[in-house]
Every structure is written in structure tokens, then in C-alpha cells.
Design a protein around this ligand. Structure first.
Ligand SMILES: *[C@@H]1O[C@H](CO)[C@@H](O)[C@H](O)[C@H]1NC(C)=O
Ligand SMILES: *[C@@H]1O[C@H](CO)[C@@H](O)[C@H](O)[C@H]1NC(C)=O
Ligand SMILES: *[C@@H]1O[C@H](CO)[C@@H](O)[C@H](O)[C@H]1NC(C)=O
Ligand SMILES: *[C@@H]1O[C@H](CO)[C@@H](O)[C@H](O)[C@H]1NC(C)=O
Ligand SMILES: *[C@@H]1O[C@H](CO)[C@@H](O)[C@H](O)[C@H]1NC(C)=O
Ligand SMILES: *[C@@H]1O[C@H](CO)[C@@H](O)[C@H](O)[C@H]1NC(C)=O
Length: 448
């Protein structure tokens, strides 16, 4: 029996099975549709806006190695992809105007008990202003720049703070949430770059630094707590999604600084952000369930503990941040290697998680997606100790995971050899063994 046929058969079979472990374009489209349908709350809209940019208009996303400020004129090729993004900004600003009788002055983009969540839409409003997006709504002319400024002033002037200056996540009292890091500092940094205001970039770093001081838990190897201080909500656990929000927000600030004219004046700050993201990755991936390859909702608790279960949403978010850290630390924009060398440490586990999430179920559906494209199982985004269904943020995290993986691949999958080398040996070998058996069997029975 000719060896080459056997080898070709094995290679082809392995190729086919390897392909099955990536999310198909069709599934990502379905996931995007559920995201569009589900995102209603302030932070869901802001997170969806970021997901749209990362997947479909990456030249406008700060995380994709693009020089800032972005081009004022939208290229024709991106008009359609950006339409739903700008609709978020427009509907938000129009809704704000209608709900406040068109008054100006410090106020959030959406009235919300959270001080931070509405600010997550701020970068989209800034970009609508920057590119001169359609500002007519009924008989009104919308003021995107004014709305962004009102949101900024609201945060800086009206929200209670800790004695050392950390801006509260809540309007009514001082309470610090890890979620804040994805909601506020990226807005401050983007505002700073577009208006050439270095102080705001510094403030983005300062808020992260303060939040880390409070929420990072030495006794849990550096995992971040979810909520501290105050009584509005209570959750001192090391919520997986919260650790993801923290890492993702820091990476957006890092990218914003890195791609701005201020990059050379913020070397220490970039170094901080890189090491703080890496620190979260190290703490989190030490807790990844090595069999299921998903995080649990509270990753340092047994899956059987009360309030705990496997959570595909945080698993997707964390994986996305691992690709981003690898990309940003091997960016050609970092010419000064004293800031960082490329960090690919957690790529092998992020890749395993991504493949686990993409795995087909035996009957051809997906194990971790419903038939209409909702990620499952996921934490209830409104009640963080409960399992939920139909999580809009979870949908956005899948889009971000896919987008960052696309970018990482396009950039040459740096650190990917390590990923291969550290693949689960038993499964890898078992896979080959099965295929050799099948191919030898088929080829000898057909008598090729
Ligand atoms: C990305 O573009 C595809 C193709 O146009 C579209 O189906 C999908 O909804 C978009 N995804 C997001 C998150 O905007
Ligand atoms: C808007 O104006 C109307 C009519 O003057 C008033 O009844 C309403 O309370 C105002 N709403 C707000 C939010 O100020
Ligand atoms: C709004 O856009 C204009 C024109 O691009 C720019 O000059 C201005 O700084 C922007 N304002 C804000 C708050 O970003
Ligand atoms: C603008 O439209 C709103 C809502 O339709 C209406 O109440 C208001 O009187 C209009 N204002 C002007 C100046 O026409
Ligand atoms: C930067 O922004 C802050 C906050 O809005 C403001 O107080 C300060 O005057 C701005 N600095 C410059 C140089 O525009
Ligand atoms: C496919 O299998 C999964 C369990 O692996 C099950 O939940 C789902 O209902 C099945 N779908 C169909 C269409 O049979």
C-alpha cells in the first residue's frame, strides 16, 4: 500500500477536523445578529459598538495598530459596516436630548444608576463628531461633541470619589467595580487623544492604577475582586467577567496611548498597563478548568460552589484579551523595547479555550451556542451570581474574540508555535492514532 496515499489521507483528515474548530463566518454573523437584537442597556450598547469596530471596521478601532486620530473621511468600503456603529451614537444622543428637553451641562449619555456604564458609548459619540456623521434627528440638530463633553464633565465633576480620587462606578455612592475599567478609562483616553489633552490620558492611567490598588487581591494571586465599598450591590468575589472587563479596558487605553502622538511621553504608563494585564492573565489562566477549558463564573471556586457554573462569556472575553496583549506587545509601534517584549505566555490556553467554544456538537450543531446563535452557558449580566441566557455582552465577547484572533492570524500568529508545542499531547497523539488507523483501514479495504 503506497505510503503517500495514507499520508495524504491523514493530512487531509487532520486539516478538515482542524477547520471545524474555528468559528465559521456564518456563526459569527448569527452571533452578531443576536448581539444587535439584544443590546439595549448602556454598557451593552457601548460594548456592541466596540465589537462592531473590532470585527468589521478595524481601521477605526484603537486596538488594531492604527495611528490616531482616525481619518475624518470614512472610506466607502466601510460605510455599511459603520452604519450600525453610528446608529448607536445617534440614537443615544437623540434619546438624551429628548429625555432632558435639550438642556446642556454635565449629564450622562443615558440616565442610568451606573456612573460608568453610559460612558462606554462615549467613544462612539466622539467618533460620530469627528467624522461629521449625520446629526439630523427630526427637527433637531444633534450636538455630538457637546454630548460627549457633558458626559465627560459628569464623570469628572458630579460623581463621588474615594479620598484618593477613584471615580465611583455608581452615581449615588462610592462603589468600585472592576467593570469600570472597560467603561470609563477608554473613553477618557480617546477623548484625550482627539482633543490633544494629555491630562485626560494621564487620568485614564490614574483611574486604572487606583482601581487596581483597591480591587487586586494579593491573597488570590492577583485576581481582581468584583465590587468593593458601598451598599448598592455586593460581590467581593473574583468575578471572571470582571477580570475580563479590567484587562480589556486596560488594553484599549494601552492601544490608545501607543498609537497617539503622546506615546513617547507615556513609557512608564504603557509598561504598567502591559504588566497589569499580564498579571490578570496569569492569575486567571492558573484557574482555567483544564478539561472543560472554560472559566467558571468565580474561577477560583469549585464549579459546584453556590453561584458558580461554567461561563462561556468570560472565557471568550479573556481569550480576546490574550490575542490583543500578544499583538500590542509585538506591535511595530513599540520601537522602544525597554517598554516591553512580546508577551505570548497565555496564547496556548486562549487558543484551547477558543477552540473549545467553537467545537461542534456530535449532531452537527454547536455545543456552546443555541441553534439561533446565543452563546451558552453564560452568567446573567444583570445578576452576576446566576446563570442566564441570551447575554448581549457575551455575544459581543465572542465577536471580539473572533476579531482579535483574525488580527493575530493576519499578523503571523506570533507565539503560535508555542501554542502548538503546548497542545494537549494525549489528545494530539490520540487524534493522529485514530486517523492513521482509519486511513490504513480505508485504503487497504478499497485496495488503492
Ligand atoms: C459584520 O459584518 C457582517 C457582514 O456584513 C455582518 O453580517 C455582521 O452583522 C457584522 N458584525 C457586527 C458585529 O457588526
Ligand atoms: C421638559 O419640559 C416639559 C414642558 O415644559 C416638562 O413638563 C418636563 O418636566 C421637562 N422635562 C425635564 C426632564 O426637564
Ligand atoms: C469634534 O470634531 C471636530 C472636527 O473633527 C474636532 O475639531 C473637535 O475637536 C471634536 N470635538 C471633540 C470633543 O472631540
Ligand atoms: C420639534 O419636534 C418636537 C417633537 O416632534 C416638537 O415637540 C417641537 O415643537 C418641534 N420644535 C420645533 C422648533 O419645531
Ligand atoms: C483637559 O481636559 C480637562 C477636563 O475636561 C480640562 O479641565 C482641561 O482644561 C483640559 N486641558 C486642555 C489643555 O485643554
Ligand atoms: C444536538 O445535541 C445537543 C446536545 O449535544 C442538543 O442539546 C441539541 O438539542 C441537539 N440539536 C438537534 C437539532 O438535535
Amino acid at each position: 500500500m503506497p505510503k503517500w496515499r495514507t499520508l495524504a489521507c491523514i493530512a487531509f483528515a487532520r486539516f478538515l477536523t482542524a477547520q471545524a474548530y474555528d468559528l465559521s463566518d456564518g456563526l459569527v454573523t448569527q452571533v452578531s445578529a443576536r448581539l444587535a437584537q439584544g443590546a439595549q442597556k448602556s454598557w451593552e450598547l457601548g460594548t456592541r459598538a466596540e465589537a462592531i469596530l473590532e470585527l468589521n471596521a478595524s481601521s477605526y478601532s484603537v486596538v488594531s495598530h492604527n495611528a490616531l486620530p482616525p481619518p475624518n473621511i470614512i472610506p466607502d468600503s466601510l460605510t455599511n459596516a459603520l452604519e450600525p456603529f453610528f446608529e448607536i451614537a445617534k440614537n443615544t444622543v437623540a434619546g438624551r436630548a429628548a429625555s432632558n428637553n435639550y438642556t446642556q451641562g454635565p449629564q450622562p449619555l443615558i440616565q442610568d444608576g451606573s456612573a460608568a456604564d453610559p460612558a462606554s458609548i462615549g467613544f462612539a459619540v466622539l467618533l460620530a463628531n469627528w467624522t461629521g456623521y449625520d446629526a439630523t434627528s427630526g427637527n433637531q440638530t444633534l450636538d455630538y461633541a457637546g454630548a460627549a463633553k457633558d458626559q465627560l464633565d459628569f464623570l469628572l465633576e458630579k460623581i463621588p470619589r474615594t479620598s484618593d480620587g477613584a471615580i465611583s462606578h455608581r452615581v449615588s455612592e462610592v462603589q468600585l467595580w472592576s467593570d469600570f475599567i472597560s467603561m470609563v478609562p477608554p473613553f477618557l483616553a480617546y477623548y484625550g487623544v482627539l482633543t490633544k489633552n494629555r491630562t485626560l490620558l494621564l487620568e485614564a492611567h490614574n483611574q486604572i492604577s487606583l482601581y487596581r490598588k483597591y480591587l487586586r487581591d494579593d491573597k488570590a494571586q492577583g485576581l481582581w475582586r468584583h465590587v468593593l465599598l458601598g451598599n448598592d450591590f455586593s460581590d467581593e468575589g473574583h468575578w471572571a467577567t470582571g477580570n475580563g472587563w479590567a484587562a480589556a479596558g486596560m488594553l484599549r487605553v494601552l492601544a490608545t496611548i501607543q498609537n497617539s502622538e503622546f506615546a513617547n511621553t507615556f513609557k512608564n504608563e504603557q509598561g504598567d498597563l502591559i504588566s497589569w494585564v499580564h498579571e490578570i492573565h496569569t492569575a486567571m489562566y492558573a484557574q482555567l478548568d483544564r478539561n472543560v477549558l472554560l472559566f467558571t463564573n468565580y474561577p477560583d471556586q469549585p464549579v459546584t460552589a453556590s453561584g458558580n457554573f461554567y461561563d462561556a462569556a468570560s472565557t471568550a472575553l479573556l481569550a480576546s484579551t490574550v490575542y490583543r496583549l500578544s499583538l500590542l506587545t509585538s506591535s511595530p509601534f513599540i520601537t522602544d523595547t525597554s517598554i516591553s517584549k512580546p508577551i505570548h505566555t497565555h496564547l496556548p490556553l486562549a487558543e484551547k479555550s477558543r477552540k473549545a467554544l467553537a467545537a461542534p456538537a456530535p449532531n452537527g450543531t454547536h455545543q456552546y451556542f443555541t441553534s439561533d446563535g446565543w452563546l451558552t452557558p453564560v452568567v446573567n449580566p444583570d445578576s452576576f451570581t446566576q446563570k442566564g441566557s441570551d447575554s448581549p455582552e457575551g455575544q459581543a465577547f465572542v465577536v471580539m474574540m473572533q476579531a482579535s484572533w483574525n488580527d493575530w492570524q493576519a499578523d503571523g500568529s506570533k507565539g503560535g508555535n508555542g501554542a502548538l508545542g503546548m497542545m494537549d499531547r494525549s489528545k494530539f497523539a490520540g487524534g493522529w492514532g485514530v486517523w492513521i488507523g482509519v486511513c490504513v483501514g480505508v485504503i487497504s479495504s478499497v485496495g488503492l
